[in-house]
Design a protein around this ligand. Structure first.
Ligand SMILES: [Zn+2]
Length: 189
């Protein structure tokens, strides 16, 4: 039996929770747009890609955790955007739970970031640790990607551009396939 790897994609925020931004440009929409494309690309490669939300709906941290664990995901990928007071900072970054100190896993995730920046030409800022209740409670290896700074004028313009979102999704799908290959080397694909 061929076991399809299972990835849970988690577009940050939704519903009343906009994330960063205001007015017509809000983070929740960027996160969803990218994840929907990543899902389609992964499914085309034979990966079972499931989403914590597929629409602009509110989703609690607990429901995200329960969904991911119920799906017995091999990998959990959350997508967000970043924001800083300093409008000159740009680039994409990856975040793991602070309890994750496995250097191998950090290295694999760094490659995921490189795959995205290789397609988008963004600066990849690296892999960082954060305290996050979702990442902490999801049983699968988990990573949170911040696709760019909405506080940087050019990167903001990129992040909301469907063409750029497509490139990010391509890089992310490539990177996720790479991660799965490293983490599930024995499964037929
Ligand atoms: Zn966010």
């Amino acid at each position: 039996m061929i076991v399809r790897p299972r990835v849970v994609l988690d577009p940050g925020h939704g519903g009343w929770e906009n994330g960063f931004g205001s007015g017509a440009i809000v983070e929740k929409d960027v996160n969803l747009a990218v994840c929907l494309q990543v899902r389609d690309l992964l499914e085309a490669e034979g990966v079972r890609a499931l989403m914590t939300r597929e629409e602009d709906v509110e989703m609690s941290a607990l429901r995200r955790i329960e969904f991911a664990n119920a799906q017995q995901a091999d990998l959990f990928v959350s997508w967000h955007c970043d924001y800083l007071e300093d409008p000159t900072v740009r680039g994409l970054s990856l975040w793991v739970e602070s309890r994750c100190t496995d250097p191998w896993q950090m290295m694999i995730f760094e490659q995921l970031g490189e795959r995205i920046s290789g397609v988008t030409n963004q600066i990849s800022l690296g892999v960082f640790q954060m305290r996050d209740k979702v990442l902490n409670a999801v049983e699968a290896p988990s990573v949170l990607i911040k696709g760019g700074f909405l506080s940087h004028p050019e990167e903001l313009a990129d992040c909301v551009n469907p063409q750029f979102q497509k490139l990010q999704a391509q890089g992310a799908a490539e990177g996720i396939l790479y991660v799965l290959k490293q983490m599930l080397p024995l499964q037929p694909r």
